[in-house]
Design a binder for this molecule. Structure first.
Ligand code: NAP
Length: 415
């Protein structure tokens, strides 16, 4: 049944796993929220509440969520650091005193706002995490939306994310769900996949090509598992870093040429006191050993043309050191800390590039989904959580105890 009264809301609560008839939107919905007074670990911060279902504004749609992808944004938002996301609300909509995380979903469109022409009620979609003002003069002049001052991540800076029965998204966040993907797969591979795609392809002469060695930190994780497969797809040679031998198998199955176990090294962390010769010697010893292991895997003394960085503080000095002459360290996060240190001599003397990269544009997402459709690249979902386990899933993520690849949580698709 498709309701033709878009504004009318029904006065009943639907349970998790119960999907209302297409187009029927309840006044209230279940959502996992975080609040300022609960900032802390994910287990402390996330709670289920009944909240008002948002209404679409111009150019926006209301989607009914089947499954949501789980990623690190929820951990950051729960901690309230480095940013209090609730304090940001007023910038992008009404200020409320709770925040709903969740930056990617597989969903069905239930309501459309004024001026929506990119999707309609009943469409099965993937909602991606990028929001921006389509009237931004920069975007209108052809500059990529991720460079717009209006750009923000849905479910992080912007509220009404995917950890709820319904979400409010901009129409341009919606992509037709590829037939090939299950609800779970569709919900959980774009944030990592499109980010990895951009890191590997967007940066001009450093776009990955046949024969390039690519060093991938956290090969077992969401971003890493996608980066390994995309590198392989483009003909590169992926070498993954992991923290245990058990994590090697997944990376090798995805196409890694080999893996380095970082636990066999101890030179991690910021390059403090590196002007002290003994401290520097120790660090260099570790970095040289790491590079030797990398050469052994590659089978020749060939350094990575690209290093896919995201741990940040712990690993950046080594990333810059092992990167090839004229190569690129491309970084999209600072999971281990935001203090980036490096020995600048390795950067300038060997003319390396340190490049920031964030999310993916609509074009990146489209290109990534295209590759997913026509290749054997797998979204690598290692664990699908039940709705009630959402906080626990984030807790495991924050402690690096979660299974590899991408994670998802069931909402409408709950059994
Ligand atoms: P994930 O699934 O948790 O994987 C991260 C991997 O990093 C872990 O599997 C772990 O692998 C490795 N790691 C953790 N601490 C480390 C350390 N101190 N040194 C070296 N490696 C370490 O997370 P993800 O989804 O891949 O995301 C990774 C980061 O990228 C997160 O901070 C996330 O917020 C960010 N991200 C940013 C964007 C963006 O658009 N900017 C998009 C997606 C993700 P081992 O323990 O096996 O080494």
């Amino acid at each position: 049944m498709i309701s033709d009264k878009k504004e009318e809301r029904v006065d009943r609560i639907f349970e998790i796993g119960e999907i209302p008839p297409i187009g029927v939107v309840p006044k209230r919905m279940y959502a996992w929220t975080i609040r300022k007074e609960r900032f802390g670990t994910p287990l402390e911060a996330f709670k289920v509440e009944l909240v008002d279902t948002p209404r679409p504004r111009k150019g926006e749609v209301i989607i009914c969520n089947m499954v949501a992808g789980i990623n690190y944004n929820g951990v950051w938002a729960a901690s309230g650091k480095p940013q209090n996301v609730i304090a940001e609300h007023g910038k992008y909509g009404e200020a409320v005193d709770f925040h709903i995380c969740g930056s990617e979903t597989s969903s069905i469109v239930y309501e459309v706002g004024e001026g929506v022409d990119m999707c309609q009620v009943g469409d099965e979609v993937i909602a991606i995490g990028i929001q921006y003002d389509i009237n931004c003069p920069m975007i209108k002049s052809g500059i990529e939306e991720v460079f717009s001052p209006t750009f923000r991540i849905w479910g992080y800076e912007a509220n009404w994310g995917g950890f709820a029965q319904f979400s409010r998204v901009q129409q341009q966040q919606c992509f037709k769900k590829p037939q090939k993907l299950s609800w779970e797969e569709a919900a959980s591979c774009v944030a990592t996949g499109a980010t990895a795609y951009r890191m590997l392809t967007r940066w001009g002469e450093h776009a990955v090509k046949e024969g390039d060695v690519v060093l991938i930190w956290g090969g077992y994780g969401g971003l890493g598992s996608m980066a390994i497969q995309l590198t392989k797809y483009f003909g590169g040679i992926p070498v993954a870093v992991v923290s245990s031998d058990e994590r090697v198998k997944l990376c090798m199955d995805l196409g890694a040429k080999g893996c380095i176990n970082r636990k066999e090294y101890s030179h991690w962390g910021p390059l403090e006191n590196y002007t002290d010769p003994s401290v520097y010697r120790n660090w260099l010893k570790g970095a040289l050993k790491f590079r030797r292991e990398l050469w052994n895997i590659v089978g020749e003394k060939k350094e990575p043309r690209i290093v896919i960085e995201h741990p940040g503080e712990s690993t950046l000095p080594t990333s810059v050191f092992v990167c090839d002459r004229g190569g690129m360290v491309v970084i999209c996060a600072g999971t281990s800390g935001y203090t980036g240190t490096l020995d600048l001599r390795y950067l300038w003397l060997s003319q390396k590039r340190l490049q920031g990269s964030h999310a993916g544009t609509r074009n990146d997402v489209g290109a990534f989904l295209d590759i997913l459709e026509k290749s054997v690249i797998s979204p690598v979902i290692s664990k699908v959580y039940q709705w009630n386990d959402l906080a626990l899933a984030h807790q495991y993520l924050s402690e690096n105890k979660h299974p590899g690849g991408n994670l998802a949580v069931l909402i409408g698709a709950s059994k």
